[in-house]
Design a binder for this molecule. Structure first.
Ligand code: TXA
Ligand code: MG
Length: 347
């Protein structure tokens, strides 16, 4: 299959291109499109064949459910059993935006989409291209991140092209996504909201509205099975082995320098994921700056593309600096922990 690739303006996407993409969705095809978090791989959520195509293109395990993308709050009601006060408040406050809510599903939602679960995850992206595509398609769009399963999520069209060329019908190139890590997945089925995946909306944001918000135990501990199926897979992984160092910044840079030196002596190609504040400390290896410690948003924006860049440099080992878990830092460290398969060393 030859994949059609079209560039659009993020704020004001070309109507003809969006129409072309929505025709593909209506006819059961699969289209990659930008959102404010990462690129998604979209299909008609009411078409089981389209859902199959998404799972096949990604090589995704069947028990890992997809997120439904809507363009208005009204579209949620037919898809779920009920919307309580808490969920309504969250939608009004944070949509469109990087917050995915998990509801009990209605009969309209196929078990194929939910991986056999009785719940369904729904979000409204804050991106004109995504919203326009959903509106023109006339159906909620089922979309996981548009990467091959296990690879870092795509934040630019070129990442989607790397993974999905000739496997899907179309890629809409709307430039860099923005936030850079995926949406927060929040279970609102109980009294206290539970974060199943930390993301673009932080626990600090949610605590402004609710007195209590919890993390799923698996996010905090290593030996608990996560409630969100996707969280149990090794994920966001670069090809190289990765080690994350965490602790005081000075200790981190010293430990990474020592480790890098030892690896170079062993003849290994070393990549170092540094920050603007620390980059001057390193004199060995391929050093890439992921962002600034004082502006954690920049680290979120660049994390996945830096991991992909290390792959293209063919490094054997990536030594990465941990960052503190304030604000979006929790989501960043959650992705780093997955990328390194849990090899976080405290120094
Ligand atoms: O920002 C995002 O959320 C992006 C963009 C494209 O919208 N999408 C995304 O989708 O990250 P995906 O499929 O890569 O990740 C969806 C996550 C998975 O961890 C999945 O297990 C979880 O959401 N999920 C989906 N449905 C669920 C459900 N019913 N209960 C619990 N977790 C669910
Ligand atoms: Mg994903």
């Amino acid at each position: 299959m030859k994949t059609i690739i079209k560039k659009v303006n993020r704020e004001n996407p070309n109507e003809k291109i969006i129409m072309m993409a929505s025709e593909i969705i209506k006819n059961g095809g699969v289209v990659a499109f930008p959102t404010e978090t990462v690129y998604g791989l979209g299909g008609n959520s009411f078409d089981e064949n389209a859902i199959d195509k998404i799972f096949i293109a990604k090589g995704r395990p069947q028990d890992n459910p997809l997120i439904l993308h809507v363009s208005s709050i009204d579209e949620v009601y037919p898809l779920v059993e009920r919307v309580d006060e808490k969920a309504r408040l969250l939608m009004e406050r944070f949509w469109p935006g990087p917050l995915t809510l998990v509801f009990n599903k209605s009969e309209k939602v196929s078990y194929k989409l939910t991986g056999g679960l009785d719940t369904v995850a729904i979000r409204m992206p804050k991106h004109n291209v995504a919203l326009s595509l959903i509106k023109h398609s006339g159906v909620p769009i089922a979309a996981p991140s548009a990467n091959t399963s296990g690879r870092p999520s795509p934040t630019e069209a070129k990442h989607v092209i790397e993974d999905m060329s000739d496997k899907i019908d179309m890629i809409i190139d709307g430039g860099s996504t923005g936030i850079g890590v995926e949406s927060t997945v929040l279970d609102v089925s109980m009294d206290v909201p539970v974060i199943l995946r930390p993301g673009g909306i932080t626990i600090e944001d949610l605590l402004k509205i609710f007195p209590k918000v919890e993390y799923d135990q698996s996010i905090l501990k290593d030996n608990v099975v996560p409630k969100s199926p996707g969280q149990k897979y090794k994920h966001y992984a670069p090809k190289a082995k990765m080690v994350v160092y965490n602790g005081e910044v000075e200790n981190i840079t010293t430990a990474i320098k020592n480790h890098a030196h030892q690896l170079v002596l062993e003849g290994k190609v070393v990549g170092i994921m540094a920050t603007e504040e620390t980059v001057a400390n390193y004199d060995e290896g391929s050093v890439l700056v992921v962002g600034s410690r004082n502006k954690r948003d920049t680290i979120a924006q660049n994390l996945f593309s830096v991991l992909r860049e290390f792959d293209s440099l063919n490094v054997d080992v990536i030594l990465a600096e941990g960052i503190d878990t304030k604000g979006i830092g929790t989501a960043i460290m959650n992705r780093m922990k997955k990328a390194c398969g849990g090899d976080i060393r405290h120094v």
